[in-house]
Write a protein that binds this ligand. Structure first.
Ligand code: ADP
Length: 261
């Protein structure tokens, strides 16, 4: 799915967060959204996913304007993993992942063989087989994060919106999840992810959008966007940027003791 954000405006209680933001995401592309805390990354994802409604501008999924697409249809095409999700009841991991199939079911319809395959695959990809009968509320933050990713994958979406997808994960799962997402991309999935770890964004995103003052300040390949100058200007911190040992990637590290007040 191709995504086009045109002139998006959004504010909370009259305080502007997104101020005429434009962004084009190609089908099968992984866009990393980076920017300081409070720069509007979550707000942008929620507007693209239809959770919030832009006050101005529009979002196009392929050629259709988001606000004209029935909610149920959006839910079959777009999946979102939010930063913090809570489950009100004592659902098991499998029950939560099964919820990913709801948009695909007609009223009162039972899961088909295809639904079960999607659920099993999502559980397998996120390595949750051993947890499937456990209550979600009894899992650690990182385990829960994998459950909600599994729910999103069970939806078999064309667009995956991830808000800090690996923030609670150890390095092993961080890499596994990013590699999984990359593999799904090669099957045509479009991914837009807010990532606070600039090195992770540099390694996995095809292009990076740097948010500042309610707009995309720069959009491009990670090494063109995550430059010393851009990071200093937007985050107010001095860094060194080096070519990474990982082919085609870069490594960013702060010059300690040089933080601006
Ligand atoms: P980011 O994801 O980049 O950290 P957010 O999109 O979460 O940024 O927030 C952008 C700005 O909007 C912040 O200043 C934040 O305090 C404010 N904000 C976010 N959600 C709400 C809300 N529900 N009500 C009021 N202000 C909000």
């Amino acid at each position: 799915m191709k995504v086009e954000v045109e002139g998006m405006h959004f504010s909370y209680n009259g305080i502007g967060v997104l101020e005429g933001l434009d962004l084009t995401v190609r089908r099968g592309e992984f866009i990393g959204i980076v920017g300081p805390n409070g720069s509007g990354k979550t707000t942008l994802l929620k507007n693209i996913g239809g959770v919030l409604e832009p006050e101005g501008g529009a979002v196009y999924l392929d050629t259709e304007e988001l606000s004209t697409i029935p909610i149920k249809e959006v839910a079959t095409k777009v999946a979102a993993v939010q930063q913090e999700t809570t489950v009100g009841f004592d659902f098991t991991v499998r029950e939560v992942v099964e919820m990913g199939r709801f948009p695909h079911l007609e009223r009162f319809e039972r899961h088909t063989e295809g639904d079960r395959r999607a659920i099993d695959k999502a559980i397998e990809i996120t390595e949750l087989e051993d947890f499937s009968d456990r209550c979600v509320n009894q899992l650690s933050g990182g385990e829960k994060q994998r459950v909600f990713l599994a729910l999103a994958l069970a939806q078999e979406p064309e667009l995956l919106l991830l808000d800090e997808p690996t923030s609670s994960l150890d390095i092993n799962y961080q890499i596994k999840i990013m590699e999984t997402v990359r593999q799904l991309q090669s099957e045509g999935l479009t991914v837009i992810a807010a990532i606070h770890d600039l090195n992770l964004a540099a390694q996995y995103a095809d292009r990076v959008a740097l948010l500042s003052e309610g707009k995309v300040k720069v959009l491009g390949k990670p090494d063109c966007v995550l430059t010393r100058e851009n990071i200093e200007q937007v985050f107010g911190v001095e860094v060194e940027v080096e070519e990474s040992e990982v082919k085609g990637s870069i490594h960013i590290f702060p010059k300690t003791g040089n933080l601006r007040g």
